[in-house]
Write a protein that binds this ligand. Sequence first.
Ligand code: HEM
Length: 284
Amino acid sequence: MSTDQAAPERGVWRRLFQAIRKTGAYQSLGQAGGPARLSRVFSGSFCRALAADVSRSVPWKAVFNRPLPQTPKEQSEIAISSFWLHIHPATITRRSLKFSTTYGLGGLCAGLFMMLVGTGVLLMFYYVPATDHAYKDMVDLQHVVSLGRLLRNMHRWSAHGLVVFVSLHMFRVFMQKAFKAPRQLNWVVGVILLVFTMMLSFTGYLLPWDQLALWAVTVGTNMAGAIPIVGEKFRFVLLGGPTVDQATLIRFYVLHVVVLPLVMFIFMVYHFWRVRKDGFSGGA
Ligand code: HEM
């Protein structure tokens, strides 16, 4: 056991002996009512001291380490000094809280993204990104695995939903002119998120390894190949060879489950932070 782990234990025993010595209860052990008195010691001061010891060492205590705030100034101080509460702003404009300002569309996009990550991780328990496995795994998921069809449909519909809601969110921002200064950078971050959403959909489309997937990716990558000068090279890098094959499947898989979600998450965090720094949704 490390010294770190041993320290609180020693503290507990020290408290126990101190509590017993302070009350003198051990002297009464031999007398009538002595054991009862000792047990009161255990249930009283010792337990309270122990609870205080434990609660002092619990990390979440730091969140509530003050009495309830009585004034707006105290409320702001708590929001600033506590990490968790600091995530929420001390003040916010009335307009940004109105439903008709955002229609909750950005939040819905974030929710769908989380749903995609959750269901995607569960799908990874069954799916093997190999040409002789992928299609069979998807058929098994549909017909054999308990709740597999539900899981797959939740993932698919969340993906479709994300494309729809990101577009609607962008339309809302555009119509309310929320792309104007000081929010122009966040508009650009938003466009990057839109591109990542499309790329996630495109890479995910190949994974079932059925005819639809194969030909959609063939057509898509042929379009990339038509880019002047760099097109052919780009297509080759995307496919990992001249045609859609095992190398393509593993590339798309890694992009779909690791690279794109991770980068998109980082951009999303920055996007949210900018919303706050730019004075919240809908302008001042
Ligand atoms: C996965 C994609 C996205 C997520 C999760 C997301 C999330 C959010 C959230 C939660 C907000 C604050 C609440 C709201 O306005 O609804 C917001 C605001 C904003 N978003 Fe997005 N967004 C995404 C994509 C986009 C796209 C595609 C654009 C535009 C090209 C965009 C541009 C903006 C701008 C400019 C704001 C500030 C709006 C304002 O202050 O009124 N976002 N976003």
